[in-house]
Structures are given as structure tokens and as C-alpha cells.
Design a protein around this ligand. Structure first.
Ligand SMILES: [Zn+2]
Length: 385
């Protein structure tokens, strides 16, 4: 009988199953921080074949790196502190991410006129601000360990208080709790959500927003993400904590999973499971990254060329190619004209004539954008992954 427990690094951080199936060669990829700064090689990624969660190996190295990343955290720095704009790929029309989530949430959840919302990991208050505009009868609390934005958050209309300590110190119960780009950072997310559930009234709403790693392979490269969710694995994690999952998908925000769940009046009979084929596809997305490197590398030494995007994908590929791109291209007016990684961010109309541009997005989205941009700039060589 072998009584030696498996090392922590072989265990799924969510369900505890062993061993993780490791992605060979992932440790050679450069990575990127969730606030879009390049990060060195050396990470590890694996798939839990039991719960279907693709994940970082959350060992001591990962803990140390995450701490270092949060110490230097600089939210939305590419756009001077203004919240990320999310785009409709067909029209190119953009709006603030929080507004997109609230616009999706309101008709779906049919919320009462009054209520109390806790936004966990509220950052500088972008989601609270959007909720405050759309839910005038509600009161709001935020929680955030980083207190740099306390004055700004507490100045939002309807905000009671910003909490900066653990969940147990937050007083009272809530009608809705939101976790906007929070859950992917936390090891053992099911255990964490069981704690969150204690602060929610029976029948209360849970809103979770995370990157969609099934649709977007580039999200697998975020160094400080503990979990690389797909809609199925996120539903399994949330359902496993006792919530009733109502919907999970990219209908509200492209490339992201917006999940809506309720705390049921009585425990549900069964929890959702992640379809194995979906888990497999999400895990296999890391192979797509090598193909993107090869395609972009072919543009080097053939005249002016740049990368479309200034977020996760483009920041990663630029580091991977050792900064050989000459410029970036973005459609976000808050980013155009600024610099990213010490090179200019051009509007589409300002791409140098005859240049090549690699669109660092999942293939389907990239093709859609290329089709639209070719009508405006037929002289530019647009390359998709
Ligand atoms: Zn697992």
C-alpha cells in the first residue's frame, strides 16, 4: 500500500484529483499578466480529467509569481485607467465591458426594484458604477484588497461601503453577488464559492464573468490565472458549490463567459459536469499558440509589420517574437495614439501603406475583423491565425 500523498503540483486545485495531464512545452511560452504586461517563460498548465478544469499548476512558484504580479498591478493601463472596451466583431462598435454585462443581466434576471449587491474584487468600481446607473433602487458594497480606489468607489451613488478584509468581515446578506474577472485568479474555486454562498440570501443571484479559454486560446497564457475556464468547467465549478446555473456563455461579452446562477431554496439533486470533449478542446488550444507564432514570424524581415490588438494575445505574441513588431493597431479610441511596449498604437486608417498586420485573435473572430478591415484598407496585408 502506498500511503505517500501525491505532490500538491500533481493535484487538481479544484477537485483534488490526481494526476493532472500536463501540456508538454507550455513552460517554453512567454506569458502575460492579467493587466497585459509581458511575463517570462516557466509556467505549467494541465487538464484535470476528473472535473474537466484546465488550470495552471498552482505550486509555490505560481503563488510567488502571482503575488509579484499583484504588487505591480495597474488596472487598464493601456487606456489610461479607463475600463476595457469590448467590441462587437461584426460592427467594430465598442462599449465598456461593465455596461455590456449589465445590459445582458437586466432582461435575463428580471431583478426586483430594490436590493443589495456585493461586487467582489471591485477594482476601481467600474461594475458598481454601471449597476448604480441601471439599478437606482439598489444599494451596493464592494470588496477589494487593494484600497487605492477607495474614495472613488465610495463616491459612487448608492455605495454603502468598500470592504478590504476577508469575506467573513462583510456584514449582512446580499440579493446579488458579482465576481467580475475574479474567479479565474482563485485556486479551489468551488470551495471559495461555497463561502460566497453564505453571504447570499436564498434565491439570490450570482454573476460570474471570466475569460473564455474554449473560444480564445491566448487566455491560456495569463500567468496569474489559476483556472482556464470553458463554459462547461465554469458551470461545473459553480454548480458544485450548490448553485443552480441558469446560463453560461458569450452572449453578453465576446470571448468571455458570463454566468448567471441562483442560490436555490433547497440543494439541487445534481450538479452540472463539464463535457469531456469540451475540456479536451480547451486543453488542446495550447497547440494553436505554436501555429500563431509560426504565422506571425513569417512576416518578419518583409517590410513594415505590426500586431492588431494591445491586450493579452498581442502582448504575449510580441514578447514571444522578441518585440520585432514595429507597431500595434487598435480600434479602442482610448488606446489609439498612445504607446504599447514602447511602440505606437495606430488607428486602422494610420497603418503604414503596404504594411502587414497579424490579427492576434481566435481564428473566427480574426477572419471577421479582417473581412471588415479589407474594405477600408485593401492595401494592407491582413494575416489571421
Ligand atoms: Zn479536478
Amino acid at each position: 500500500m502506498n500511503s505517500n500523498p501525491s505532490p500538491a503540483s500533481d493535484r487538481c486545485h479544484n477537485c483534488g484529483a490526481v494526476p493532472l495531464r500536463r501540456a508538454p512545452g507550455y513552460e517554453n511560452f512567454f506569458r502575460v499578466t492579467s493587466d497585459c504586461k509581458p511575463w517570462p517563460t516557466g509556467g505549467q498548465m494541465g487538464l484535470c480529467e476528473t472535473c474537466g478544469l484546465v488550470q495552471a499548476v498552482t505550486n509555490q512558484d505560481w503563488e510567488n509569481e502571482s503575488r509579484e504580479i499583484y504588487t505591480g498591478y495597474n488596472i487598464y493601463h493601456q487606456s489610461g485607467g479607463i475600463e476595457q472596451t469590448v467590441f462587437n466583431p461584426a460592427t467594430g462598435k465598442g462599449r465598456a465591458r461593465s455596461d455590456a454585462i449589465v445590459e445582458g443581466l437586466l432582461p435575463t434576471a428580471k431583478l426586483p426594484v430594490t436590493g443589495r449587491l456585493l461586487d467582489m474584487g471591485c477594482g476601481n468600481g467600474a461594475f458598481l458604477r454601471a449597476c448604480s446607473r441601471s439599478l437606482p433602487g439598489w444599494v451596493f458594497c464592494g470588496s477589494e484588497f487593494d484600497t487605492r480606489h477607495r474614495a472613488a468607489v465610495e463616491a459612487i451613488r448608492g455605495v454603502e461601503k468598500l470592504y478590504s478584509g476577508p469575506l467573513t468581515e462583510i456584514s449582512g446578506e446580499f440579493d446579488m453577488i458579482s465576481l467580475i474577472h475574479v474567479l479565474e485568479h482563485i485556486p479551489a474555486p468551488t470551495a471559495f464559492l461555497k463561502q460566497v454562498a453564505t453571504k447570499l440570501k436564498p434565491g439570490g443571484w450570482l454573476v460570474v464573468e471570466v475569460p473564455d479559454c474554449l473560444i480564445n486560446p491566448f487566455f491560456l497564457l495569463v500567468a496569474d490565472h489559476a483556472s482556464h475556464f470553458s463554459p462547461g468547467s465554469l458551470s461545473a465549478v459553480v454548480g458544485g458549490a450548490g448553485f443552480e446555473v441558469l446560463q453560461a456563455g458569450d452572449a453578453w461579452v465576446a470571448k468571455e463567459i458570463s454566468l448567471l446562477a441562483r442560490k436555490p431554496m433547497s440543494p439541487p439533486a445534481s450538479a452540472p459536469v463539464c463535457p469531456p470533449a469540451e475540456a479536451e478542446r480547451t486543453y488542446n488550444n495550447w497547440k494553436f499558440l505554436n501555429e500563431s507564432i509560426a504565422k506571425a514570424k513569417a512576416l518578419e524581415g518583409r517590410g513594415a509589420w505590426g500586431l492588431f490588438g494591445t491586450s493579452i494575445g498581442a502582448t504575449w505574441l510580441d514578447a514571444q517574437l522578441q518585440n520585432t513588431a514595429m507597431f500595434f493597431v487598435d480600434e479602442d479610441p482610448h488606446r489609439i495614439g498612445k504607446q504599447h511596449e514602447r511602440r505606437p498604437i495606430h488607428a486602422v486608417k494610420d497603418i503604414p501603406a503596404g504594411a502587414s498586420v497579424f490579427i492576434v485573435l481566435p481564428t473566427v473572430l480574426a477572419e471577421r475583423i479582417a473581412g471588415r478591415l479589407r474594405l477600408i484598407r485593401p492595401d494592407v496585408n491582413l494575416v489571421t491565425p
